[in-house]
Each structure stands twice: as structure tokens, then as C-alpha cells.
Design a protein around this ligand. Structure first.
Ligand code: PRP
Length: 217
């Protein structure tokens, strides 16, 4: 591992909030704010910090293998990927829920433990929920986006997906049928880095916690 502390950030929705937060604890990366830029890795020599942007699902992978010492990603990704790492802090933003959704008519199918089809971008979370928590056998169909389409065109009876404002569901005549778990942005740490870079990482976590407390106050 290099002398730089390497932080993997999630591209898209979470990136901006994450940078804002890091800025509050004195870790700045001006270059990264340029939305037009196609650059993937950014260095702050002065602070000895390196950032890179990765696809959400890949952030836990970079952290498990030590390519990043630290990562910031959604709890959904952490649950889905099941990587070996430490989850050390809930940052409180990016709040949403993982839910089973569908048309009202699917409620009965869930209640009677019918053998239904479940479309999702999160097959591991869906499997854990239906098999281990509900003890219900279902057929899980992996999709890559616009999951709400599946029940509308008859691909699946229900979906397992993220609900934030609920407007995608409402606009498509679907609703939350069951809630699986709450989600938000989390800080994850590589297990070896936690020992090797303990001082720097502990200080950073402490600073982030302070900011979180201030923001909540
Ligand atoms: C996510 C999620 C829902 C939507 C929920 O999709 O999969 O479709 O946001 O948000 P809402 O409750 O505020 O409407 P995303 O925009 O990430 O795109 P996707 O279709 O690629 O999953």
C-alpha cells in the first residue's frame, strides 16, 4: 500500500455529498468538482490523500482488496456485495429504503407465500430476505435498472428495489408492500489498512463523526 491514504468514492448521487463532507474535515479536492472532467483519480499531495471515483458496486471490491484504504458507498452496495471489510460509520445522507414493491394485488401473493417472480438489481439482498428471513421460495430475476418496469410488463409479480421519495413507484401505479431495511451512505475500511494506517483512519473517522453530530444538531 502506498503512503497515500486512498479513498474510493461512489460515482453519481453520493459523490457530491461525500466531497462536501470531506471538505468540512479539511480534505479538499478542487479538481474533482469539475463535472465535465473524465479524470478518474485525483491527488492532494499536501494532505497525502488520493481519491478515485468508481461504480457503486465496485467500491467494496476496491476496499476489500486494499486498492482503496477507505470507501464511501451505500449500505445497499455493502449488503449486496458481501465483501470482507469494516463498516465503521453511518454518514446519515443518501437515506432511502430497500423494499419489496409491486401492485396492490401482489400483497396477497406475498401473504400466501406463493411461488412468485422477484425482479431486482439486488439478487443477494432479495435472496437473503425471501429465503432466510421470510422462508419463502421465489424465483429471482436479475435486472440492471428501471426495475419498476418488471411488474408493469409481466416479467415479475414484485420487485426488490430502493425507494427514496416514492415518486417512481407512484408514477407507475406501484407501492411499497414490505420494507426490508433502511439505507444510507456508510464509510468502509480495508481490514489491513485499519491496522497499518490506524492513526490516520481513526482521526478521520472521529472528525467525520463530529461533523455528523453538528449536522444533526
Ligand atoms: C433508483 C431506484 C428507483 C428510484 C427510487 O433508481 O432503483 O428506481 O431510484 O427513487 P424514488 O423513490 O425517489 O422515485 P435510479 O435512479 O438509481 O436508476 P435505475 O433505474 O438505474 O436503478
Amino acid at each position: 500500500m502506498s503512503e497515500f491514504l486512498t479513498i474510493a468514492l461512489t460515482k453519481g448521487r453520493l459523490a457530491y455529498r461525500t466531497l462536501e463532507l470531506l471538505e468540512k474535515v479539511g480534505i479538499t479536492c478542487q479538481e474533482m468538482k469539475d463535472k465535465q472532467s473524465r479524470k478518474l483519480i485525483f491527488v492532494n499531495e499536501e494532505l497525502g490523500v488520493r481519491f478515485f471515483l468508481a461504480k457503486a458496486n465496485d467500491v467494496p471490491t476496491y476496499v476489500e482488496y486494499g486498492a482503496a484504504d477507505m470507501g464511501i458507498c451505500g449500505k445497499d452496495t455493502i449488503l449486496e456485495e458481501g465483501r470482507k471489510l469494516y463498516e465503521v460509520l453511518d454518514l446519515g445522507f443518501g437515506r432511502c429504503r430497500m423494499c419489496v414493491c409491486g401492485p396492490e394485488s401482489a400483497r396477497e401473493l406475498l401473504r400466501h407465500h406463493e411461488l412468485i417472480r422477484v425482479a431486482t438489481k439486488y439478487p443477494a439482498i432479495a435472496k437473503d430476505y425471501f429465503y432466510n428471513k421470510k422462508h419463502q421460495t421465489v424465483e429471482i430475476i436479475k435486472l440492471n435498472g428501471s426495475i419498476e418496469l418488471a411488474p408493469l410488463v409481466g416479467l415479475a409479480e414484485v420487485i426488490v428495489d430502493i425507494v427514496e421519495t416514492g415518486s417512481t413507484l407512484r408514477e407507475n401505479g406501484l407501492e411499497v408492500l414490505e420494507e426490508i431495511c433502511p439505507l444510507s451512505a456508510r464509510v468502509i475500511i480495508n481490514q489491513v489498512s485499519m491496522k497499518r494506517e490506524n492513526q490516520r483512519i481513526t482521526k478521520l473517522i472521529r472528525d467525520l463523526k463530529e461533523i455528523y453530530k453538528e449536522d444533526m444538531a
